[in-house]
Design a protein around this ligand. Structure first.
Ligand SMILES: *Cc1c(COP(=O)(O)O)cnc(C)c1O
Length: 395
């Protein structure tokens, strides 16, 4: 038995995307900047890919910059908006406490350079309140950056409303949509999005490739300097096979989106119901406004790391939060942001299921998690303190 339930960390490349990639490596291996035929053939693949990506999110091809993935796109978007702000003397940025580290650490760096950062509360349900975005915007605000869907607890933000507010207040709005692209319908025009980051390996494309959408008229700042690729805004010979494969993966994901979402959310809800029956457990994040494949629970009295290892023994591959924080002993900043206390946040489990999961897998996961939680509690000193009344239950 092997069940992969960590699709928020990465997804397996689809057969069609892999085929596009190898075909492109064999047939369109030229440098797109070269003027002879093999180069121009690769250039054509690149520009067709740009058109296709643009059409899938309702953008113009000139608004798409290819990057090495979500982290780079986040860095470039935020750095670009900050540079525009700085030129106008606007050095205030609004974000949330539970963004991905690609956003939070970029904001930390900008803070050290003199920017002021406001991190909005995401409340118990893991959702930003649009009115609070509006209230936080000041005369000197140059950027609002709020993720589309959270990578740990899957909550989906009111992006269109936030975009509307930013448009009205004339503030650039960036969204890290890495967990949303390929999973939720994206329309940058309807959602009033100025900048959007995406990454192929989160929707069954290859790793190391992604894109940044930037609305016309917003100048980008280079974070990688060199040649004149990507209209001079991102140097380095383009990853043509990766880009072509990303297009194949995104087309597939968009074509199957509605059916996948319906089937995944039914399985997600079965998992939520089953795991919710474990005593002293709680779902993290809003039950309804969440990604179709995301389930995230806290179980009181246990360590998430032990839970993961024992589940791995049972063939279930899951996570306690984001891959970027595993290995550190600090609890997830996302769970702390929604108000979980340290002890409780430590006992977390994220299951991010994919299209290949069956109803039998769902039953097996519920049964296995129940058994492992009970086993871990049987020798947990915290659990003994809780059951003896020495400590108060929180969940
Ligand atoms: C995975 C992820 C990233 C980073 O993307 P990479 O392509 O791995 O650099 C950024 N933001 C979110 C929300 C993610 O889930």
């Amino acid at each position: 038995m092997a069940i992969y339930a960590d699709n928020a960390a990465t997804t397996k490349i689809s057969d069609a995307a892999l085929e596009t990639m190898t075909k492109c490596m064999k047939e369109n291996w030229g440098n797109p900047s070269s003027l002879y035929t093999v180069g121009q053939d690769a250039k054509e693949v690149l520009e067709i890919s740009r058109e296709e990506i643009a059409s899938l999110i309702n953008a113009d091809p000139r608004e798409i910059t290819f990057t090495s993935g979500g982290s780079e796109a986040d860095n470039q978007a935020i750095r670009s908006a900050a540079a525009i702000g700085k030129r106008k003397g606007k050095m205030h940025i609004i974000s949330t406490a539970f963004e991905h580290h690609a956003v939070l650490h970029t904001l930390d760096a900008l803070k050290a350079e003199g920017f002021e950062i406001t991190l909005l509360d995401v409340h118990e349900n893991g959702l930003v309140i649009p009115g609070e975005v509006e209230a936080a915007i000041r005369e000197d605000t140059c950027l609002v950056t709020v993720m589309y869907a959270n990578n740990e607890i899957g909550t989906i933000q009111p992006i269109r409303e936030i975009g509307q507010i930013c448009r009205k207040k004339d503030v650039i709005f960036h969204t890290d949509a890495v967990q949303a692209v390929g999973h939720l319908p994206i329309d940058v025009a309807a959602d009033n999005i100025d900048m959007l980051s995406a990454s192929a390996h989160k929707f069954h494309g290859p790793k190391g490739v992604g894109f940044l959408y930037t609305r016309k008229g917003i100048p980008l700042t280079n974070i990688i300097n060199g040649g004149a690729q990507e209209r001079g805004k991102r140097a380095g010979t383009e990853n043509v096979p990766g880009i072509a494969a990303m297009v194949t993966a995104l087309k597939e994901a968009c074509a199957g989106m509605e059916a996948n979402a319906a089937s995944l959310s039914a399985k997600r809800d079965a998992l939520i119901k089953g795991l919710g029956a474990i005593p002293h457990s709680a779902l993290n994040g809003d039950a309804v406004r969440r990604l179709p494949g995301n389930v995230n629970f806290c179980f009181e009295g246990i360590e998430g790391e032990s839970l993961l290892l024992l589940l791995d023994d049972k063939g279930i591959q899951a996570s306690s939060g984001s891959a970027c924080t595993s290995g550190s002993l600090d609890p997830s900043h996302v769970l702390l942001a929604i108000g979980r206390v340290h002890d409780v946040a430590h006992g977390s489990l994220r299951l991010s299921i994919g299209e290949d999961i069956t109803d039998r897998d769902v039953e097996y996961i519920i049964r296995s998690v129940g058994e492992v939680v009970e086993y871990l509690r049987s020798f947990s000193p915290i659990w003994r303190d809780l059951t003896s009344g020495k400590k108060q239950f929180i969940l």
